[in-house]
Design a protein. Structure first.
Ligand SMILES: Cc1ncc(COP(=O)(O)O)c(C=O)c1O
Length: 367
């Protein structure tokens, strides 16, 4: 027996997600539609592509560990100092580092029941104790999160706005009131992976004076760069400096940095993706209505398609997979009455609609 730490010995042998590649290996064939991981099937900006291709020619050099150019551009974009921007290999990596900065074994951490599992994975990996607050009406329940925070005095509180897996959002004024009430000693991780797709009233203005609030953003969603693994935190300079003590300095690769910088300069591309996603969300709502189902109103690049019960959703997910369609679903009730479907380009939406129209009668018959 290897001398693993007690924390590692106690961890379950799980990964946060079964990847679509593993499903393809299990099925022995490629997926026809990959609409389960909230990736952007619109691809990347042509400018990002060009920059990434050019960066390949320099890939024999280490990347700039300070990420100077990209952090400078992000600072200008958000009206903050470069010292208030930290890069990471996606929000996922930053979440792990943030947990490491603040949570010791046994410390309390608060999140929502059914919320983004990668955060939980990091918390458990550091031996901290998760307290999970149920959603209310398909939204993260800010008053209940606050009550829990007052009760358990967590080091960290996690909120995604908009959230995954339901795609709902909190208004900026609700968040502002929530932040004002946070108990002392609690750092709020505000995960804004999907903020580009959200309506104007979801956008909480930045307030860098509030050192206890960390904003997390990514190039994985609207910018379409999930496989490049690049995201960032907007946070107080003392927190960014602390991240420098623990981060993997060469972890955000040269090609990703170049692509993100170019994508940041292509607002038109991102606006067009957001426009098409909005169109697609409306189409999926109509498709659901046509089939006697509902979608949860979404502020993200995916929709939660409500099929009535967890059992039905699991069944539909399996049937879709048999037809080569990869979707995911929330892990806990009552959210698990939905399947979660990424909104992609028009041709993909039509292809999904066709499969759903074909398989739904079969699902109804099986009941
Ligand atoms: C709420 C939320 N946060 C973070 C991520 C991951 O972001 P990244 O690709 O930047 O690690 C996801 C991806 O699905 C997400 O849903």
């Amino acid at each position: 027996m290897l001398p693993f730490t007690p924390i590692v010995r106690a961890l379950p042998p799980t990964v946060p997600f079964v990847p679509p590649e593993a499903l393809e290996r299990q099925q022995g064939q490629p997926l026809a539609l990959r609409v389960g991981a909230n990736e952007s099937n619109f691809g990347i900006s042509p400018r990002a592509r060009q920059a990434m291709v050019e960066a390949v020619d320099q890939v024999h050099w280490y990347n700039d560990p300070e990420g100077y150019e990209l952090r400078s551009a992000l600072a200008v974009r958000h009206g903050v100092a470069r010292e208030e921007v930290a890069l990471g290999a996606g929000i996922d990596e930053l979440l792990g580092l943030l947990v490491r900065l603040f949570a010791e074994p046994g410390d309390a951490v608060v999140t929502s029941l059914g919320a983004y599992p990668t955060f939980n994975y990091h918390v458990e990996g550091h031996g901290a104790v998760l307290h999970k607050v149920p959603y209310r009406a398909d939204r993260e329940d800010l008053p209940a999160l606050l009550a829990k925070a007052r009760q358990v005095r967590p080091k960290l509180l996690y909120v995604a706005n908009p959230d995954n897996p339901m795609g709902t959002y909190q208004r900026a004024d609700e968040l502002r009131d929530f932040i004002a009430e946070l108990p002392p000693g609690c750092v709020l991780l505000l995960d804004e992976a999907y903020i580009d797709f959200a309506p104007a009233d979801a956008h909480l203005p930045l307030d860098m004076e509030r050192a206890e609030v960390v904003r997390l953003r990514t190039f994985s969603k609207a910018h379409g760069m999930a496989g490049a693994r690049i995201g960032y935190a907007l946070a107080h300079c003392s927190l960014v400096a602390a991240l420098d003590k623990v981060r993997n300095h060469f972890g955000v690769n040269r090609i990703a940095q170049a692509g993100a910088l170019a994508s940041l300069g292509d607002d038109e591309f991102v606006r067009e993706v957001v426009r098409q996603v909005d169109q697609g969300r409306r189409e999926y709502a109509m498709l659901a209505a046509e089939l006697g189902l509902k979608t949860v109103p979404s502020a993200t690049n995916f929709v939660a398609l409500d099929v009535g019960s967890g059992e039905r959703a699991r069944c539909l997910m399996q049937v879709l997979l048999q037809h080569g369609v990869f979707v995911r679903m929330p892990g806990v009730a009552p959210l698990d009455r939905c399947i979660r479907l990424t909104v992609g380009p028009a041709a993909e939406r039509q292809a999904f609609a066709k499969v759903l129209r074909d398989v739904l009668p079969q699902l109804n018959e099986d009941e």
